[in-house]
Design a protein around this ligand. Structure first.
Ligand code: NDP
Length: 283
């Protein structure tokens, strides 16, 4: 069994990104991301803290726009419009969750797709589905990079994705399909989850339920990618997989923390730097 070390891989990618940031700085360009936040919880606070830490380390500008939860749609749209027009802003991100009265997809649609570094604008979603250039959502991109780093080919393998959110489950399923995996997507209405997970060569779990995946739900030598982030009663961060028992049957497995998380953040930095290069230098 080998641990897929997202922290290590993200460090290697960080070095490449530092080089790109320096090149931009030679042209007096500092990439900039703006994160719009409305509601916070322990998970979003963790995501934002990690993003700030990495962006500061890379010398990329990151700004958090904390918006009062009572804001109306028009007010929020005006903020997005202004950021779309601001040439110093390369990436705009709306941190979920947002209050129920907002349709988050409508908000994503208002972000210029040139600045949609999270890859959730319908234009980017469509372009990626059609295998055209566009921003791939960061977690899916990070997982594909991890697999590539460990020389794990997905071609012809049965990949089972547990979770079908627009943020993680669907984008990773699309990427795996594009790389010629045979993909099964499971969700909360899937009857007898174990029937599907047992047949996986690659199992990707993005649910948000501690110990959802137990050792008796997988076959030997499976590759397990645990996307979940859960907080135990003691405040410890764990994934969706019963790591200690599952790892014994795996050929590869990610840890939580230190697996997919660091890759997601580094991919956000990559997309922001790419946006700065495309928008401001046309490369
Ligand atoms: P969502 O809540 O949007 O989606 C969860 C998905 O899990 C849904 O599709 C839901 O099904 C499915 N689900 C719920 N219960 C079960 C069950 N018992 N069996 C099978 N499927 C189930 O979450 P996200 O996709 O945004 O995030 C998933 C997890 O990944 C969370 O823990 C989140 O914190 C973490 N995360 C981690 C990131 C990282 O970088 N490591 C990045 C983003 C998220 P249905 O559609 O039917 O409701």
């Amino acid at each position: 069994m080998e641990i897929i070390d997202g922290k290590f891989v993200s460090e290697q990618i960080k070095n490449e990104l530092k080089w790109k940031v320096n090149k931009l700085k030679e042209c007096s360009i500092i990439p900039k991301l703006v994160i719009i936040t409305l509601e916070n919880n322990a998970a979003t606070e963790l995501y934002i803290r990690n993003k700030k830490r990495l962006f500061n380390e890379l010398g990329i500008c990151i700004e958090q726009k904390i918006v009062d939860v009572s804001i109306e749609m028009n007010g929020l749209l005006k903020i997005i419009e202004d950021l779309n027009k601001d040439n110093t802003v390369d990436g705009i991100l709306i941190q979920s969750p947002v209050p129920d009265r907002f349709n988050i997809n409508e908000l994503f649609e208002k972000i210029s797709f040139y600045k949609d570094v999270d890859g959730f604008n319908p234009i980017n979603v469509g372009r990626i589905s059609l295998e055209m250039n566009g921003y791939v959502p960061c977690t899916a991109l990070g997982i594909m990079q991890l697999l590539k780093y460990y020389n794990i080919s997905v071609k012809g393998k049965h990949a089972v994705v547990v979770g079908r959110s627009n943020i993680v489950g669907k984008p990773i399923a699309r990427m795996l399909l594009q790389e010629d995996a045979t993909v099964t997507i499971c969700h909360s209405k899937t009857v007898n989850l174990k029937t599907y997970t047992k047949t996986a060569d690659i199992l990707i779990v993005a649910v948000g339920k501690e110990k959802l995946i137990q050792a008796d739900m997988i076959k030997d030598n499976v590759i397990v990618i645990d996307v979940g982030i859960n907080f135990t009663k003691e405040g410890k961060i764990v994934g969706d997989v019963d790591f200690e028992n599952v790892k014994k049957k795996c050929s590869y497995i990610t840890k939580v923390p230190g697996g997919v998380g660091p890759m997601t953040v580094v991919m956000l930095a990559k997309n922001t730097i790419d946006s700065a290069n495309k928008r401001r230098l046309g490369v």
